[in-house]
Design a protein around this ligand. Sequence first.
Ligand code: HEM
Ligand code: HEM
Length: 240
Amino acid sequence: MSYPYAYPAPAAPAPSPSDSSSPSSASDSNPNSSVPVINAIPLLEPERLARNHAILCTVGFLILLPLGIVFARYLRTFTNKWWAGHAVIQLVISVPVISAGWHYGWRVAQMAGLGHFIDPHTKMGLALLILYAIQLVWGLVIHFFKIGAATTRPVQNYFHVFLGLVIMILAQEQVHYGLYIEWPFATGNIHPVPQSAKNAWIALVVIFWVLYLAGFALLPRQFAQEKRVREERKLNGEKL
Ligand code: HEM
Ligand code: HEM
C-alpha cells in the first residue's frame, strides 16, 4: 500500500533548521547523497491520519474561522448582508472541515489504543470543539432572538465576540502544541513536522491579529450606525 508523502522529512534525527549541510528531502537526486534510509519511509497509517487531522483542524480553526471573523469586522458597516456571509463561513463551510479533522484525530487516538481525551492536546481539542458548538448556537440565538428591550448593545452580543476571540487564542495555542509537542509525542517523530508548517503557524497568527485589530478603526462608524438604528426604532415604537 502506498501512502502520499506530504511531510517531507528532514534527515533524521531532526536537524536544526539552520543546518544547511544536511540533505533536505528524500527526493534529493544526488546519487551519492547520504540521506538515511528512514527518509525514504512513506508516512505510516497513523501518521497519515494525524497529518490529515492536523491540516483539516488548522484550516478550520486558523483559516476559515478567522476569515469569518475578519469578514464580519470589515463588512458589517458597509452591508446588512454581512451576517449571512459570517454564518455561511462559520457554520456551513467550517463545520464539515472541522468535523472531518476531528474524525481523523479520533481515529489516531483509536489506533493508539490508550483511550480518548487523555493528554493536554486531546483534552483541549475536546474543549475547543464544545466551545465552537456553543458559539454556533449562541450566534444563531443572538441573531434570531432579540432578548430584552435593550437601549444599548445587548450583553449577549458582547459575549459572542468575547467567546469568538477566546476560541481564536485557544486554537492558535492548540495548533502550536500539536506541531511542537503532540506530533513528536504521538508519532515518535519518525517524520518530523517541516519547518514550513511552523512558519505557516506564525504567519496565520500574525495576519489574523493584525487584520482584526486594524478593523477596530471601523468601530466608531459601527457604533454610530447602531445608535441611529436604535433611535429610529424607538421613534417608530418598534421593539429594540
Ligand atoms: C485547533 C486545532 C486542533 C484541534 C481542535 C485538535 C483536536 C484534537 C482532538 C479532539 C484529538 C482526538 C482526541 C481523542 O480522540 O482522544 C486530537 C488528536 C491528535 N492531534 Fe490534534 N487538534 C488540532 C491540531 C493539531 C495539530 C496542528 C497537530 C499536529 C501537527 C495535531 C496532532 C494530533 C495528534 C498526533 C493526535 C493523536 C493523539 C493521540 O492519539 O494521542 N493536532 N486532536
Ligand atoms: C451560526 C454561526 C454564527 C452566527 C449566526 C454568528 C452571528 C454573529 C453575530 C450576530 C455577530 C454580531 C455580534 C455583535 O453584535 O457584535 C457576530 C460577530 C462575531 N462573531 Fe459570530 N456567529 C456565528 C459563528 C461564529 C463563530 C464560530 C465564531 C468564532 C469562533 C464567531 C466569532 C465572531 C466574532 C469574533 C464576532 C465579532 C466581529 C466583530 O468584531 O465585529 N462567530 N456573529
